[in-house]
Ligand binder design. Structure first.
Ligand code: C2E
Ligand code: MG
Ligand code: MG
Ligand code: MG
Length: 287
């Protein structure tokens, strides 16, 4: 009991400090969303056929004046919790469609929406507004949602996705394979594309079973008529293991580039990666 008391005295200031840090993050995040403290960067998505950039994923960044760049893995859940995610989605959709409209026509853009966006009635209107405001061809826009989004509020979410799809926007299922196994209803979801999570990629260069697993998933998605992106390709060895076994339409990962500014995507739009199919161990530099 004596120790217990002492312990509480010791931890109390820390709990207090943690609470205050959190409160401060919340206040700062609200301010950032309202006053333009967020920005968007774009990670290239490469065609496995042409080895050129065909699209990119819009990824939100929060540049905190004192703490530096804060990861969306931290501020997105916080924004969901305090009910301001729709403001972030509106901002990212607006910025990404405006930028994409300035790129060559064959380059599209993907925007992540959160599960919570589909609890909100405004999400469909937000997508329509961004398209109207930018004049972007809806066929160039992809909305990414995770399995969790599709499983919670199934009917409501599916109805909203169907409305977004009716605008000509395509829907991608993000981080596939990390949530509940969605296999039994994969063919019933209103989705066009599947993004296989990077956890399936990490050891494919060294583990035959991992390679067979990802190849099987790609094949399954194809047999359901979905196009496939493999995420998280970091090394040339992973790429050269993957391509003889599976042909996902598109590839994404640090091997091809991490997120760039909108102008960076424009510059990269002419690049061709110099590893063809079948891949030979050559340089992974952009020509
Ligand atoms: P995500 O949608 O799966 O996005 C891919 C994440 O993986 C990005 O992290 C990207 O930088 C990272 N990544 C890409 N290639 C590689 C690779 O080869 N290796 C490794 N280790 N990582 C790679 P980021 O930007 O930190 O975003 C994390 C997550 O935050 C995203 O995962 C997405 O779920 C969420 N997020 C980001 N921007 C937004 C947004 O605007 N709205 C919403 N709702 N969520 C967002
Ligand atoms: Mg995503
Ligand atoms: Mg993903
Ligand atoms: Mg992810």
């Amino acid at each position: 009991k004596k120790n217990g008391k002492a312990r509480w005295q010791l931890f109390e200031p820390r709990i207090d400090e943690a609470f205050r840090t959190r409160q401060r993050l919340i206040e700062d995040l609200r301010a950032a969303v309202e006053k333009g403290g967020l920005n968007v960067v774009y990670q290239p998505i490469i065609s496995s056929k042409t080895m050129r950039v065909v699209s990119c994923e819009a990824l939100c960044r929060w540049n905190h004046p004192e703490l530096g760049v804060i990861s969306p893995a931290i501020f997105i859940p916080l924004a969901e919790e305090i009910g301001i995610i729709s403001g972030i989605s509106r901002y990212v959709l607006k910025a990404a469609t405006l930028e994409c409209a300035k790129w060559p026509e064959r380059i599209g853009v993907s925007v992540n929406l959160s599960a919570k966006d589909f609890h909100d009635d405004s999400v469909v209107g937000t997508v329509r507004e961004a398209l109207a405001n930018s004049g972007l061809d809806p066929a160039r826009l992809v909305v990414e949602v995770t399995e969790t989004a599709l499983l919670n509020n199934k009917l409501e979410t599916a109805a909203k996705l169907a409305m977004i799809r009716a605008e000509g926007v395509r829907i991608a299922l993000d981080d596939f394979g990390t949530g509940y196994s969605a296999l039994s209803y994969l063919h019933r979801l209103p989705i066009d594309k599947i993004k296989i999570d990077r956890s399936f990629v990490s050891d494919i260069a060294t583990n035959k079973h991992s390679l067979k697993l990802i190849a099987g998933i790609v094949g399954l998605c194809h047999s359901l008529g979905k196009s496939v992106t493999v995420e998280g390709i970091e090394t040339f060895d992973q790429l050269s293991a993957l391509l003889p076994e599976a042909r996902p339409e598109t590839l994404q990962g640090f091997l091809f580039g991490s997120a760039l500014t909108a102008n960076g995507i424009k510059t990269m739009s002419t690049a061709v990666w110099q590893f063809g199919a079948p891949p030979k161990p050559r340089s992974s530099q952009i020509s």
